[in-house]
Design a protein around this ligand. Structure first.
Ligand SMILES: [Zn+2]
Length: 169
């Protein structure tokens, strides 16, 4: 309801009846806008006049991951709106929506990996490099007696003939 026929706004109208009066209620067509989000707080749900503009908002627009994930820059961020309104919110999480029908709108959250991927790639490279280096180094062993370089798995030293412990790697 928008108001009364004599121009008074609002639904409650108190007056002194000192003459015959005819008052009729004026209704404007309105639509319910419902804003939801799995995270954060939403604003803008409610009734709007048809054709008016609703400002909807979700805040915050970014939630950092817990512990080490947060340190690595992992966060969950709002990327847009879904259902009866699609679009991307401004940096403060707000959008202006023209209301021409009842609307259900929800915030779309997506996990942002931050530095997780680069960190994993560096870790994999480090492990692979370490493995190759380890393998190369293990292709030789050194005589327990004279320190001469011997092929891996040698039972005796080629230099001094000293017996070697069997390499059980
Ligand atoms: Zn030797």
């Amino acid at each position: 309801m928008k108001g009364w026929s004599d121009g008074t706004g609002g639904t409650a109208y108190e007056f002194t009846a000192n003459a015959n009066m005819t008052l009729s209620a004026i209704y404007a067509k309105g639509y319910l806008v419902t804003v939801t989000s799995s995270l954060g707080t939403t604003y803008g749900s409610g009734w709007y006049d048809a054709g008016s503009s609703a400002t909807i908002r979700v805040t915050p627009t970014s939630i950092p991951g817990e512990g080490i994930l947060g340190v690595l820059g992992v966060s969950t961020v709002v990327t847009g709106w879904g259902d009866e309104y699609t679009g991307s919110p401004a940096s403060d999480g707000s959008s202006n929506v023209k209301v021409e029908a009842p609307m259900m709108i929800h915030a779309v959250w997506v996990m942002s990996l931050g530095l997780i991927l680069p960190t994993m790639i560096i870790a994999i490279i480090a492990v692979v490099t370490g493995f190759i280096f380890h393998k190369r180094r293990s292709n030789v062993q050194y005589c327990l007696n004279c320190g001469h370089k011997l092929p891996r798995g040698s039972a005796f030293c080629l230099e001094c003939g000293h017996g070697q412990k069997l390499d059980r790697l």
